[in-house]
Design a protein around this ligand. Structure first.
Ligand code: PA5
Length: 447
């Protein structure tokens, strides 16, 4: 297989203060080794993987015995599955698909849930409830309603149609699993949702869809191996692309670039943009620092948000994802009107490459510092490499910024307020705040 390449030519590495970040390599390599040894970075060392692959193999015929998988999860418990689905199981979006089907319930949309309840053949549906904490209300509320319907339809055997992916010891789902004899797969300790795509969280749905999940793991393990090694030195770190990417990003932020475009010119990988956006935003948006990730896909977004990228505020860096070996597609041979004669004799697939090149050059010409990540293939193995690269980059960027990239304290406030609004016990302070907030006379305008 040809190698993946990172092209730094248009990154402005000489104009940005990247080199000063290299000075942190020794401290960061020591910290990384220490945290790997303490089990704090399982996305990198994957100590759980052998057992998980064994468990997945054991579950394969049971899981694939269902026609539908309904995955209930939100945030990091759903975005990876959707990215894998769109990248490697495009069959479901193609005409005349006859199954299997993966549905992802990652919102609180009464209408969508109603359609699942009414239209899914429940006896042929495996409900995969994915929640590390086992208590996320958006996920649990869907579970409770589907469980009720499943019980009505399936009687005593309803629990056969559920599989939980959750913490080994704690949380409501773990209690339910123990009490109701529901099969489970574990989310390892210290593996937060946005770093969990290569655990049961992403690999269970991948296996259901027939995606080569072992290659995803191999790709990621390969790129992360030198970082996971106890011999990680500052020299090794400095050579690792994730560290250089992190230094580039930290330098960008310091220079006022507070937005980061993730522009995919691999159309079927568009949802990796949402996966990356969550990884980046939830990990790095802290203490007034960070850069807002903006997922975009070529060529579609050339006709929507690209104008802003090119001529809006000059505050954007760009990760630009390409792959030279995408499907060639049909050839334009005859019946080409004169005004389009430039595509005669070309394959449809050539358009995306030409448009990618055009956009990349235009971004550069408009002062957008850009790093191109050229994937050798749009395969599972290459995707695994990309995910490993970006997860490590995120950790290093956070450390260079002086923030904690594995927590997300700010999002808790909204969750507590919503619970208080729904009448959850305790939360008196939030209830008082709600009362005060709601008692303010609103300034409203009819339109
Ligand atoms: O990345 C994260 O940690 C979050 O987005 C979580 O994945 C999300 O909040 C869902 O949490 P849980 O898996 O505990 O239901």
């Amino acid at each position: 297989m040809a190698s993946n390449i990172i092209d730094w030519t248009d990154s402005w590495q000489d104009k940005l203060d990247i080199k000063s970040k290299y000075e942190s390599a020794e401290a960061i390599s020591d910290r990384f080794s220490k945290e790997v040894a303490e089990g704090k970075l399982p996305f990198c060392s994957m100590p759980y993987m052998a057992e998980l692959l064994y468990d997945l193999e054991g579950l394969e015929s049971y899981v694939k015995g269902f026609e539908h998988m309904l995955l209930l999860g939100i945030g990091g418990s759903a975005l990876g599955a959707r990215a894998l689905q769109k990248a490697f199981f495009s069959a479901q979006d193609e005409p005349c698909h006859e199954g299997p089907w993966l549905w992802i319930g990652d919102n609180v949309c009464a209408k969508t849930l109603e359609s699942y309840l009414e239209k899914l053949p429940l006896e042929k549906t495996l409900v995969a409830v994915v929640s590390k904490s086992g208590g996320t209300i958006e996920t649990i509320s869907q579970y409770l309603l589907i469980r009720k319907k499943m019980k009505q339809n399936m009687g005593d055997k309803w629990n056969r149609n559920f599989l939980f992916v959750t913490d080994k010891n704690n949380g409501f789902l773990r209690e339910q699993a123990d009490e109701l004899s529901i099969k489970t797969l574990e989310v390892p300790d210290n593996l937060g949702g946005r770093y969990s795509i290569l655990s049961a969280v992403g690999l269970l749905p991948a296996m259901f869809m027939g995606i080569d999940y072992r290659s995803l793991v191999e790709g990621a393990s390969d790129i992360l191996a030198s970082l996971a090694s106890q011999e990680l030195s500052s020299e090794t770190l400095l050579k690792h692309p994730s560290y250089k990417l992190a230094c580039w990003n930290a330098a960008l932020m310091e220079s006022g670039y507070n937005e980061l475009i993730f522009f995919s010119y691999i159309p079927q990988w568009a949802c990796f943009g949402q996966w990356f956006a969550q990884l980046w935003a939830e990990s790095l948006g802290k203490e007034g620092k960070g850069s807002q990730p903006i997922p975009a896909v070529g060529a579609t977004d050339q006709h929507s948000v690209n104008q802003m990228f090119l001529d809006g505020p000059r505050n954007k860096g760009c990760l630009f994802l390409t792959c030279d070996s995408l499907t060639d597609g049909e050839k334009f041979v005859e019946d080409i009107p004169d005004k389009f004669s430039y595509i005669k004799g070309k394959n449809f697939g050539e358009l995306i490459h030409a448009e990618g090149l055009g956009t990349k050059m235009a971004l550069s010409a408009n002062s957008v510092p850009l790093v191109e990540i050229k994937m050798a293939e749009s395969s599972e193995e290459c995707a695994g490499r990309m995910m490993g690269l970006l997860m490590a980059t995120t950790i290093f960027t956070g450390w260079l910024m002086g923030i904690n990239p594995v927590d997300q304290p700010a999002v808790e406030l909204g969750k507590r307020l919503a619970k208080a609004r729904l009448g959850a016990e305790g939360l008196q302070e939030e209830k008082n705040d709600l009362e005060a907030f709601l008692s303010v006379k609103r300034e409203e305008q009819v339109f």
